[in-house]
Write a protein that binds this ligand. Sequence first.
Ligand code: SAM
Length: 321
Amino acid sequence: RHNLDGDEAVRSTNDDASHCKRFAVHLGYWSDPYLPLLVRNTDRKTPEINRGYFARVTVITNMVEKFIKAMKGNCQIVNFGAGFDTLYWKLKDAGLPVKRFVEIDFANVTSRKCHYIKNNSKLMEALHCEGICYLDEEVTYNTTELHSGIYHLAAADLRKLSEVESKLKECSLEFSVPTLFLFECVLVYMPIQFSHSLLQLIADKFSTTFCINYEQVNMTDRFGDVMLSNLRSRGCSLAGVEACASLKTQEDRFILNGWDGAQALEMNQVYHSLILPQEIQRIEKIEFLDEKELLDQLFHHYCICVAWKDSLDLKLNLLNI
Ligand code: SAM
């Protein structure tokens, strides 16, 4: 039995994430012409939060682009707990289309996204194929879902495997095509046995797959306690937090569930060694940062974990971070 109030609080974490991204875009940390079409709120956030989101969006985008280029576009992307993410539109603009792009979230979240997409010509235009297109170009939708040739927005509770499995089929995903799964701050809200089963399902169904999981880590120290009690005080169930104890527990959950390999890195390392120095210089001029230690602490408590299952030996392990 799930706690409905808890689910509502989890759904509202999408508003937090999208409002933070919206404000950072507003200040020019990165460019996203599509987010303002989905999110109007530009309430101020602290410089630490803005830099944290900059690092998160930059490293995830870089990893996704690396995967698409390595697969020469012959690949699919599934964004679980996608919220108001705009990656599909940004990749299209960057000239990096894929064969299928699927987003799944609670119906409550997808219905709002569906409404905004349907009512915006710029978002809708990007759902049509350009040039020669062998897929049905028709865009169909109801209140909670939207389906087009490549882009699919579908509603499911990720804790219910049969629901997830039938949505993956409805969105015409091909199990033999290399597929990237993205979880951006999602698994922590699910009881560990459900996220384990979901990762196992992916490894069972897809012969060639790559996963990017961005999430909390090092949650067992005092700072971690404070972060968790902040989330809990808003009614969020953090049933999956035991996998956020360390980089090793983040990696192990993939290895335990049928994946060939995994690598997790703290955001401190990502920020200081994986983002282009000229980008760091540019964004560090946007706002003065008073509390460097606070940012270091935040970066120490988030990580990116990539994992792969590589039956075709496409050298997905070389795509590590
Ligand atoms: N990935 C987006 C981003 O980073 O901007 C949204 C992140 S938000 C913190 C977490 C998202 O996961 C929410 O949109 C929430 O509705 C979704 N989510 C959490 N648990 C879920 C579940 N059991 N089924 C479907 N969606 C879920």
